[in-house]
Design a protein around this ligand. Structure first.
Ligand code: FES
Ligand code: FES
Length: 161
């Protein structure tokens, strides 16, 4: 199919209007190469590793499984949009403090998977946390520190008794 396809999308609060030639352009490629938002990482490109996870209208989705044209008119959040007034998002801070990353390749996907999930599950136990991240692959840190980081985030966020 030929011709240009117009995409108007809000990413991290900024409106972007782009024309793309290919309707099959993946959202992950659109974010990285059209918008320069390279914090969205691409590992498997078939929905297995979770590295490419972004928020689409607040819901975690795998950007390698969505065509860019499908997000026309929608709102996205990528890892570049997580900071709060120039400070790391509290979950990012917990990852930093608890050594929950080494190379960091998987980290944006973990964060964007966990942030909406933690909204729905404000005080999860360890088994629930492990299940929540079971669709995200980390090849170097191991999962123990990631689970610990989530627990620290949850503990800090809980109102003092
Ligand atoms: S790159 Fe999308 S799930 Fe692996
Ligand atoms: S920190 Fe390297 S893949 Fe997870």
């Amino acid at each position: 199919m030929s011709g240009q396809h117009t995409i108007g999308v809000t990413v991290n609060g900024t409106r972007y209007d782009r024309s793309v030639a290919e309707p099959r352009l993946l959202l992950s490629a659109f974010l990285r190469y059209e918008l320069g938002l390279t914090g969205t990482h691409v590992g498997c490109e078939h929905g297995v590793c979770g590295a490419c996870t972004v928020l689409l209208d607040g819901e975690a989705v795998r950007s390698c499984l969505i065509f860019a044209v499908q997000v026309d008119g929608h709102e996205l959040t990528t890892v570049e949009g997580l900071d709060e007034d120039g400070r790391l998002h509290p979950l990012q801070q917990a990852f930093h403090e608890q050594h929950a990353l080494q190379c960091g390749f998987c980290t944006p996907g973990f964060l964007l998977t966990l942030i909406p999930w933690l909204r729905e599950h404000p005080s999860p136990g360890e088994p629930e946390i492990r299940e929540a991240i079971s669709g995200n692959l980390c090849r170097c840190t191991g999962y123990a520190n990631i689970v610990t980081a989530v627990q620290h985030y949850v503990a800090k966020r809980a109102p003092a008794a």
